[in-house]
Design a protein around this ligand. Structure first.
Ligand code: FAD
Length: 442
């Protein structure tokens, strides 16, 4: 709490690294030699890469994960770690534009990603603080409350979710402070500790024989007689197959993927520990929360229940951690005035991999496999697509995955990995949220 009269919202111990890294930092394995030859070389050490490696290694395939930075440098250890199974597709309107049978398959596979998440956590005894507290999506203007019933129906009928609608008065037992206009409770969703989940996956994959190589940025991938020559900063690996799991960090190694994956910066803050009893007042049931604004934000408690963790999508202009921390602090106490005196101890960023159709994609291009494009919701989904890619390579997929398709559209006027249009879209979203509020007299 601010007791020194400085008036600053940043804690004296402020850090611009993820809160999650305090418990499980990214790992340096640069002293380990690279193998000369493997069955599968996986590029990227996030959940996609690790879940792919775990499934491959557990089925006897020789594989190496090649990571540009330390293991876990990307989004996987930076996220809000809210675990979902399809809400993003309905809330963002992604499934609105597709035909009914594809809509059903997309949501069914999203539900499957959530079930697989639980199965893997149980099977490999992953120490990840995974708890299914439930999630509430809050209507920020009255007209959005009407949409919740339709979303509930889609998630119940196709993703197999357990859902219920909450009235304004019922919301008082879910969220103290700001009044919302209705809510959708999805009971099966939850949250975990993203860096612990990452560490547990590393340990499980290594335990099955996968090699995890940090500081081995892949510079080029060239076909050769029996597969590919993968040239990295630390040497060359010969691989029968290559899997790209680079998501929002996709560089120009495979230009086809860079052209289709737009990196968008997301921001997160974690407060210092809150005074005793405050967490229970603000989020009485400890659920994951988000609302229906286009300028998205989401809120959760730290797994130990002591800190508020608050995340937001892109700002109109990219900004440094200090400025972002103040901005998000303001947004946070807009929801809960009680949090105004509570300081921010951590603020960090990460890249989300957006795609033109707002869908994740798995597939093969020029013989190179990929699973990419989480669109901001990838804890369960990218774990699932990494796993599905491995099953495909092993010839053990029970059925094809809804996200496995040759059709992967590229955004128009986007060529060099620089998303010039993000400030325009972010500004437009804010404007439309403002209009919605004004029309509702709020
Ligand atoms: C701030 C933030 C909040 C989020 N909140 C949530 C949430 O609450 N719930 C949710 O479901 N999802 C959330 N997400 C999304 C989720 O974190 C991602 O979908 C998921 O972690 C992506 O995993 P990945 O393995 O595909 O990619 P990443 O974890 O990003 O890993 C990609 C890796 O590829 C490496 N790489 C790139 N190029 C190369 C190269 N040439 N050679 C070697 N390595 C390379 C990068 O260094 C990086 O480590 C959030 C994301 C962010 C950024």
């Amino acid at each position: 709490m601010r007791g020194d009269g400085s008036g600053d919202v940043l804690s004296r111990d402020f850090k611009d690294t993820p809160y999650w890294w305090e418990a499980a930092p990214p790992e340096d394995t640069s002293s380990q030699l690279l193998p000369d030859e493997v069955d599968v070389a996986i590029v990227g050490s996030g959940y996609t890469g690790l879940c792919s490696a775990l499934e491959l290694a557990d089925n006897g395939a020789a594989c190496v994960v090649l990571e540009a930075g330390p293991l876990g440098a990307g989004a996987s250890t930076r996220s809000g770690a809210m675990v979902t199974g399809g809400q993003k597709f309905v809330v963002s309107g992604t499934v609105r534009g597709i035909d009914a049978s594809r809509q059903a398959r997309v949501l069914e596979d999203a539900g499957e990603s959530l079930r697989m998440m639980q199965e893997r956590v149980d099977k490999y005894q992953l120490d990840a603080d995974y708890v299914r507290y439930g999630r509430v999506i809050l209507a920020h203007v009255p007209k959005h409350a009407a949409r919740l019933a339709h979303w509930a129906e889609l998630l119940r009928d196709h993703a197999g979710s357990t859902v219920s609608l909450l009235s304004r008065s019922e919301l008082t037992s879910e969220i103290g402070g700001r009044r919302y206009h209705g809510g959708l409770l999805i009971e099966d969703y939850g949250g975990l500790h993203p860096a612990k989940y990452h560490r547990a996956l590393r340990e499980a994959a290594r335990g099955k024989g996968a090699i995890l190589a940090s500081h081995a940025r892949v510079l080029a991938i060239a076909p050769d007689r029996t597969g590919f020559l993968v040239r990295t900063r630390r040497g060359v690996v010969r691989a029968r197959h290559v899997v790209m799991g680079t998501n929002g960090y996709t560089d120009g190694t495979v230009p086809y993927l860079q052209r289709r994956t737009v990196p968008v910066t997301a921001y997160v803050v974690a407060t210092e520990p809150m005074p005793p009893g405050m967490a229970e007042t603000l989020i009485p049931r400890g659920r994951m929360l988000s609302d229906t604004q286009r300028d998205l934000y989401w809120i959760r408690l730290s797994p130990d229940g002591t800190r508020m963790i608050f995340g937001a999508g892109p700002r109109i202009f990219e900004t440094d951690a200090h400025t972002a921390a103040r901005d998000l602090h303001r947004m946070m106490y807009g929801v809960w005035p009680e949090l105004r005196p509570v300081r921010i101890e951590f603020c960090w960023t990460g890249y989300i991999g957006m795609t033109a159709d707002h869908m994740p994609h798995m597939g093969v291009h020029d013989g190179i496999h990929y699973a990419i494009g989480c669109n901001g919701s990838g804890v369960a989904m990218m774990s699932y697509l990494g796993y599905q890619t491995a099953r495909k390579l092993l010839g053990k997929q029970n059925r094809s995955c809804a996200f496995d398709s040759d059709v992967f559209p590229a955004p128009p006027f986007y060529y060099n990995g620089k998303p010039w249009f993000v400030p325009v879209v972010a500004g437009w979203y804010r404007l439309r949220d403002g209009v919605d509020r004004a029309m509702a007299g709020l």
